[in-house]
Design a protein around this ligand. Structure first.
Ligand code: CA
Length: 249
């Protein structure tokens, strides 16, 4: 079973991010992607949520099938971590219902059921990956990144847009090969734009990517981040499409 001491997010690999997170605990909720964790075990749930939050994801945690379905009905997730052994209805039922409704969000099963038959049943019910407890949180992080980049239509781990390179594993930004310091929120915003090349992303879509639930978001918060990114990366890097939102040049 994972314990607190096993939680190692990118903060441990990125001293700048670690410093930023220690100074600004609210940045733990600063997010590029929203993940739903469906897990009834409190210790595993807490460890997984803390690990994913330290990786910069927005994390919602529910403990049973009905709450999972309610959350998925009202919010849009980039990834679902699904335990199989849940009270009342089990995770496989949740998964089958999701796929029957054509919900295509990537699903990573996290379970203590480790027989070959269990794994096959999970994958054939529509799961994208399968991790047997106890697992290492670093492996969970890496699998989450792999599922998210596949879901975004990418195979390569780095995101390259023109002269700009983003590394979702380390939150590093490079422009023409040179490293550029950005805050966690600025990274989340850049990532949201880079994941949808050629598309205009609205301010409310960006707010959803960059801020978690229950966070007070100033009316000009996104504009402030865009301003700071232009200062660091050049005026032309992010284009404002009046009345619609932003796009990466
Ligand atoms: Ca369970």
């Amino acid at each position: 079973m994972p314990t607190g001491s096993k939680i190692r997010g990118p903060a441990s690999r990125n001293p700048r991010l670690a410093a930023e997170l220690s100074l600004r605990p609210d940045l733990y909720r600063c997010l590029a992607m929203r993940v739903l964790v469906v897990e009834d075990d409190p210790m595993i749930g807490e460890a997984v949520v803390a690990g994913l939050a330290a990786d910069g994801y927005a994390v919602d945690w529910v403990r049973d099938a009905s709450s999972a379905e309610l959350s998925m009905g009202t919010h849009s997730y980039s990834l679902v971590l699904l335990d199989i052994g849940l009270p009342a209805r089990d995770g496989i039922e949740v998964l089958k219902t999701m796929r029957a409704r054509k919900e295509d969000v990537p699903v990573l099963i996290i379970t203590a059921r480790d027989t070959v038959a269990d794994r096959i049943a999970g994958l054939d019910a529509g799961a994208d990956d399968y991790l047997v407890k106890p697992f290492d949180l670093d492996e969970l992080s890496a699998r989450a990144r792999a599922l998210l980049r596949r879901a975004a239509g990418r195979a390569e781990p780095l995101i390259q847009r023109g002269a700009l390179t983003l590394n979702p594993a380390t939150h590093e930004v490079r422009l023409h090969g040179g490293s550029i310091e950005v805050s966690a929120r600025e990274f989340a915003l850049l990532l949201a734009l880079a994941e949808r090349p050629g598309s205009v992303v609205s301010r409310s879509q960006l707010e959803e990517k960059v801020y978690g639930w229950n966070e007070a978001v100033g009316s000009n918060a996104i504009e402030v981040h865009v301003h700071n990114l232009r200062r660091k990366l050049g005026e032309s890097i992010i284009r404002n499409v009046r009345g619609l939102g932003y796009t990466l040049e």
